[in-house]
Write a protein that binds this ligand. Sequence first.
Ligand code: PLP
Length: 456
Amino acid sequence: MEPYRIKVIEPIPFPSREERERALTRVHYNLFDLHADEVTIDLLTDSGTGALSAAQLAASMTGDESYAGARSFHRFHAAVQDLTSYPHILPVHQGRAAERVLFSTLLEPGQITISNTHFDTTRANVELAGCEARDLICREAADLDQAHPFKGNIDLAALERTLAGPEAAKVAAVIMTITNNGAAGQPVSMANLTAARQLCDQYDVPFLLDAARFAENAWLVSQREPGQVGREPRDVAKEAFRLADGCVASMKKDGIVHMGGFLGLRDPDLAARCEMLLIATEGFSTYGGLAGRDLDMLALGLTEVTEPSYLGARAEAAAHLADVARAADVAVVEPPGLHAVYLNAGRLLPHLPAEHLPGHALACALYLEGGIRSAELGSLYLGELDEQGNVVKPAPYELVRLALPRRVYTMSHLDHVGRTLERIARQADRVPGYRITDCPPLLRHFKARFEPVHAA
Ligand SMILES: *Cc1c(COP(=O)(O)O)cnc(C)c1O
């Protein structure tokens, strides 16, 4: 069960079916444009959507808003250093700020970064620095149905081939994303991290973590990895940070705060150059774009998030959501991780070809049937589209992500998702596809407009 009880509540809206239909038409079938007032269960993202603890709220009252050297910074610094061991820690307002500060300092145009999978903002910041972001995901990740325990791993053989090959001199860093958000939130094993670290040592390449979900990765290691089972998640997380030369970290995830992040580094020269850019663009080095109270809440979130009772309950919630989906005959990416459950929309809606966006179709159906907001991860997000928004090259899978905000929804909220999926699955062949009517050139999933395609 959840290791907490509810002290503060927020009512959730229950728009009628008619209101939902009107809302979806008004926003041209783009769920990002809905008002929060029109959403009953919001599973769009687990980023910055968690619930604060009483202790975090109390700490926010003792936040120190001094411009420089705030007591809050020192508490934040101690908490991050205890966890990561990095001597240089720079606060930032969110993960992508750490990426921008680090990559525009570390990278030279024409270089390559290698990752198990770059998250989309990580890739964008590598590309903005004039470099190539290359993903080398392990082969097991391609099979959505197989319950391999560590489908987030990097392909070590491919990594070594690249580090030893003709492009070796261009490789500027290896960045391991834990858990692997771009690959259905699957975890990375300690064995994989250790082997990648050894290759980086052998070929003299910096080894970094994208640590947004470091605690969830540590939990899954402590549950699944031979030789690690039963370890304290916090010890596993500490060891992962110790393996790396530094990290970028969005704390809107496993920091359990609404805003925050940090950049951690071992190299003093690189850290000094990053600090200059931080001061110029984010804020002075002891606040980095955050309020003192944010730093205090983050310091506590970093302790609460590695509690085994919290992580265990979160795993149970994800497992339960996967169970209700399977019971409704909707396949999920196996095995479910912690931050989200990924529905296989392509399999549920075989009557919809990729150009009619089955993932987007299921996301719209979830909203119409149950007021549930989710995120498409299929051809709309990952496929190749032409300027009119026609799918030129489909994504390998058509998925819908049901992300789980931390400490926010109860099992009965998740049961509502299950009942909604049952109703959709019973009449799956009647779910219409969609086509894009207006396609912005960049970040299209946020702003594209759609219309339903009804069968002739
Ligand atoms: C969310 C996320 C980021 C970006 O962080 P923001 O706080 O949203 O800027 C980077 N990497 C991963 C793996 C993420 O999940």
